[in-house]
Design a protein around this ligand. Structure first.
Ligand code: C5P
Length: 232
């Protein structure tokens, strides 16, 4: 599985994201499009960015009844995205339906990964709001394993969980890890962070990097640095 740096394009308008991507005249980064941009700019933004030669991770975190997710995944697959995701809490049946919907007539499909527990959910909220009594680590690993059973390719997880996910679900099960910061950079609102080099060492397959690149004075240089530290 190819290692790569995915740039989180957390912009709210088409103009902003295209102005940002215009700076990349050499290597075209793998780009993450989230709900804000997708709902603001519509599916056309995916086609436009794809046309410019970028791979796309469409981060919409689907969760609904299996039939609805299956049909929605078919639409995303037609958009020709390279990676997309859903909530593992939707059950194994929902994840299996998603895979079915995502698979094109020629057998190809985008990479499908699962969100386990959102990192914004604390163990306390999980117990009180969701009535889940198991320790959060156990829940994350159980959901990752469910994703594996359903036939998904991997999970989004914190870089600190990547090793454990690989130990439980196998080396080929993809870990996509946000929360990456340069050694000399601002942490911002992230709590548990790793440098690209550390993420490489612990075996992350893809790192998702937003502000260290999008808010950098020279985004292209920051991206190249990330690639150097994580891949080269
Ligand atoms: O700017 P920053 O590098 O913190 O951006 C990280 C990206 O990864 C954002 O798009 C954020 O929503 C996403 N993300 C995250 N933590 C998670 C899941 C997704 O930071 N657990």
């Amino acid at each position: 599985m190819g290692k790569d740096v995915i740039v989180a394009c957390d912009f709210s308008s088409k103009e902003e994201v295209l102005t940002f991507l215009d700076k990349f005249t050499g290597r075209k980064p793998f780009v993450k499009i989230g709900m804000e941009l997708f709902y603001g700019a519509g599916p056309e933004i995916v086609r436009e960015i794809k046309k410019r030669g970028h791979k796309i991770f469409l981060d919409l975190k689907l969760c609904d009844i299996p039939n609805t997710v299956k049909k929605s995944m078919a639409v995303l697959s037609n958009l020709d995205v390279d990676m997309t995701n859903l909530h593992a809490s939707g059950t194994i049946a929902m994840m299996e339906a998603a895979l079915e919907g995502l698979t094109r007539p020629d057998g190809t499909r985008p990479i499908l990964i699962a969100v386990t527990q959102l990192t914004s959910t604390s163990e306390e909220r999980m117990k009180k709001d969701l009535l889940i009594d198991a320790p959060i680590d156990q829940v994350v690993m159980h959901y990752a394993n469910n994703a594996k059973i359903a036939g998904l390719d991997g999970v989004v997880c914190s870089p600190l969980e990547a090793e454990k996910v690989h130990a439980r679900c196998g080396k080929d099960f993809i870990t996509v890890t946000p929360g990456v910061r340069f050694k000399d950079g601002d942490i911002g609102d992230q709590v548990r962070v790793m440098t690209p080099e550390e993420a490489k060492k612990i075996g992350s397959d893809y790192i998702v990097v937003g502000r260290p690149i999008t808010a950098a004075e020279d985004p292209v240089a920051a991206y190249e640095r990330c690639v150097r530290e994580f891949i080269d």
